[in-house]
Write a protein that binds this ligand. Structure first.
Ligand SMILES: [Fe+2]
Ligand SMILES: [Fe+2]
Length: 324
């Protein structure tokens, strides 16, 4: 087994938390890679401005994972203890999520931080100064745990798509290998967050509306998080840096092109991945932003997945009829 995608099903069938953690450990051991081995004796051939810009962003983005990982580890264990008596199944799910965050997510993101930081400096970009490092370690706020899992799944999607794009478009072999290696980690991180969010809903710790509201907040065209720094208004944050709100574009030094951010195939891939995430976590099929909006609004009235599905289908049918 690789990643346990049906945690509640396994727990109900008799698995213990220790069983779940052993599966996590085994997968982690299989997948480990080393930054030293990846860089060993290698040099950048000719880093292009696009490579430098991508590294400038990725090196900073990876710094912000540590406070998020600490928060999910601490809050997961705390909430697991709070609901131990009333919802032991949900409590087990939270133990699995908290342990994964503390042990593997933090450790794997450390590889990303070091790999991108090293490569950025090898490309001749100034190291991130101490003040900026400290700023990027700002504390992650406590929030609804299911919403945060969906948020992190969306952030991992953002990283997967951006790193995948960079690894395909660069002409430098080392840049390609580093972005590709990290991207493969981000793919499985997305999978873990999806499985935790699904299990939190299935075990009744959170209603399905919390999952849908976060996915909706992420992609809504009028100011969704995925539009990052391109949004007209930014939300005020207290202490924590959302790296996707700091993306540089236009004429800035280290600017990313629109095709690497919010346009064309990159943007389509981000949206499609969020719809796939929603399907995986809730079992509700959405193909467009309008579908997701219908699902979210229906979930404010009911937690019944079948009724939410019918609301999505009915809305889509009405829309088709009005177009005709
Ligand atoms: Fe990462
Ligand atoms: Fe990640």
């Amino acid at each position: 087994m690789l990643i346990m995608t049906d945690i509640v099903g396994e727990l109900r069938a008799g698995a213990t938390v220790s069983d779940v953690l052993r599966v996590q450990q085994s997968y982690h051991e299989q997948r480990r890679w080393s930054t030293d081995a990846l860089f060993d004796g290698r040099r950048l051939s000719r880093p292009a401005p696009g490579d430098k810009a991508a590294l400038w962003h990725a090196a900073r983005a990876e710094l912000t994972t540590q406070p998020a990982g600490i928060r999910l580890a601490v809050d997961g264990a705390k909430l697991a203890a709070e609901i131990r008596e009333t919802n032991p199944l949900g409590s087990d799910v939270l133990h699995a999520a908290a342990a994964w965050s503390a042990r593997y997510w933090l450790e794997e993101e450390a590889h990303h931080e070091v790999a991108f930081g090293r490569l950025m400096e090898m490309a001749g970009v100034d190291p991130i100064d101490e003040e900026e490092v400290v700023e990027h370690r700002g504390a992650f706020p406590t929030d609804n745990y299911a919403r945060v899992c969906v948020l992190q799944a969306c952030v991992e999607i953002e990283a997967c798509v951006s790193y995948g794009w960079q690894s395909r478009t660069t002409e430098d072999g080392l840049v390609r290998d580093v972005f590709r290696t990290v991207m493969k980690d981000e793919v499985q991180h997305r999978q873990y967050f999806a499985s935790f969010a699904k299990a939190l809903v299935e075990s009744g710790v959170y209603p399905v509306k919390d999952v849908l509201s976060m996915a909706y907040t992420w992609i809504r065209p009028d100011g969704g998080e995925t539009f990052g720094s391109a949004r007209e208004a930014q939300t005020q944050r207290q202490g924590y840096v959302n790296w996707w709100e700091r993306t540089r574009s236009g004429e800035d030094e280290f600017a990313l092109g629109d095709d690497a951010l919010h346009e064309g195939s990159v943007h389509t891939q981000k949206l499609t991945s969020v719809f796939a995430l929603v399907r995986e976590v809730t079992g509700i099929e959405t193909r467009t932003y309008e579908d997701l909006k219908r699902a979210y609004f229906a979930s404010l009235r009911t937690n019944d997945v079948d009724r939410i599905r019918s609301a999505v289908r009915a809305g889509a049918a009405r829309e088709t009829a009005s177009v005709r």
